[in-house]
Design a protein around this ligand. Sequence first.
Ligand SMILES: Cc1cc2nc3c(=O)[nH]c(=O)nc-3n(C[C@H](O)[C@H](O)[C@H](O)COP(=O)(O)OP(=O)(O)OC[C@H]3O[C@@H](n4cnc5c(N)ncnc54)[C@H](O)[C@@H]3O)c2cc1C
Length: 441
Amino acid sequence: MRGPDSDVLIVGAGPAGSALGGLLAAEGIAVTIVDKQRHPRPKPCGELLNPGAVKLLAKMGLAGTLEELAPARILGWIMCTPGAPPAVARYPNSATGLSVARSRLDATLANWAVQQGVTLVENTRVQSATISPRPTAHTIEADGSRAERTARVIVGADGLNSLMASAIDPGRPAPGEPKLSLTAHMKGCLGEQADHRGLGVLHVTDQATVGLAPISSSHQEWNVTVVVDPRRFGRAVAADPELFHQGVLLKALRDADLEPETPLVLSEGPWASGPFDRPTRRVSARGMLLIGDASGYFDPLTGQGVYRALRSAELAFGVMAEALTRPGEVPSAALLRRYSRQLRASVRPGRALQRAVEWIVSRNAPRRRAFTRLAANPRAADRLLRVIGDDASILSFLHPEFLLALAGVSRGYDNESVGLPDSRPDSHPAPHPDTHLKEVR
Ligand SMILES: Cc1cc2nc3c(=O)[nH]c(=O)nc-3n(C[C@H](O)[C@H](O)[C@H](O)COP(=O)(O)OP(=O)(O)OC[C@H]3O[C@@H](n4cnc5c(N)ncnc54)[C@H](O)[C@@H]3O)c2cc1C
């Protein structure tokens, strides 16, 4: 039997695949990444790099490269819902989010991986993968021919509807909560105050969630993502996605009293995605593992997907660099299981918070109460955003009194009563009272 084509074959050149590929290749490991698409390609996403993701990219030496993309600096979010005053949550000055079109970000990361020594093969789709006698991906190559690509480890970094996840876990659970998103890029200006303050806007009703954030430092281009229940709105979306997207956006702008200075005009999209709730029970096997969305995804609301993609790549890198030290061998299931354990420990607390946030936000009365309480307590709102932004440990929020207060069940709270010392050196003042986002009634 001839040797494997490469040490590592990664399926998918999104943030997870490119990050892992680049890290391994920099250590002299032979890595091939195959992707069914060609960069630059659109990816339906809110396009926020939260502070945790920004830090991981900086750790990979990519801070300067990121700046060259002229991203928008996201200082925080305005959260609006009918019947509650708008709540403003800010990141600390030292750790803001960045926002840039995924087509540009992902192409840049893939290019970085190639510079580290990765062989990138685009327009090549993996159709199936087998483990015995050795890890093999069965592909349709760019010229339409069928091929087999072998490696000591095959990594599934193939996103939400991962084929590799089904290869490792044939009984992978069906998607949970049905949700459908439409993402578009729009040109225009959202109004001076929100614009200058660099805040994204999250508008939630019982019909739709709308997220708006600038994706360039000029603040002239915006990501507008709309999420709805396909059981209620699937037909309307299918009939005319553009019209539906526009209609929901206009209603959200009106509700939130946000007057665009110059009209927002569709420039790209809308791109559809969903459902999102894709648990993965098993993330490793002999000679195979899963990273990024392929290793399990819950919901886009909290904008943590890229952070988790990069973090899972970082964990997989640590385990694989060690597992590949014996030349020629396929790493055993036991060796790679260490990655499963580390990943589980890393994502479990965040998932619990995501589920709590989803539970509250999807119910009218708890959502109204939670937003009202966050509006009244900007420091708690900031702190929540910091945890959601993967910039602070979740542990400080697991105090039941805080969660109950967030759900609007108990009466009021402050940082002291829930054991949350305000240690942040650069906390922000409360939002200026004459914000143009008036109370939504
Ligand atoms: C509506 C929406 C909004 C979101 N908003 C945010 C946000 O604001 N911030 C945030 O951090 N996260 C957000 N996310 C989540 C984020 O987009 C993902 O978590 C992130 O892209 C995961 O990266 P990945 O590398 O695992 O997968 P992907 O980025 O999906 O990359 C997977 C790659 O695999 C390739 N591929 C797939 N199948 C095959 C195959 N069979 N053969 C070869 N190649 C294949 C694809 O072409 C693709 O390039 C959002 C997601 C959605 C749907």
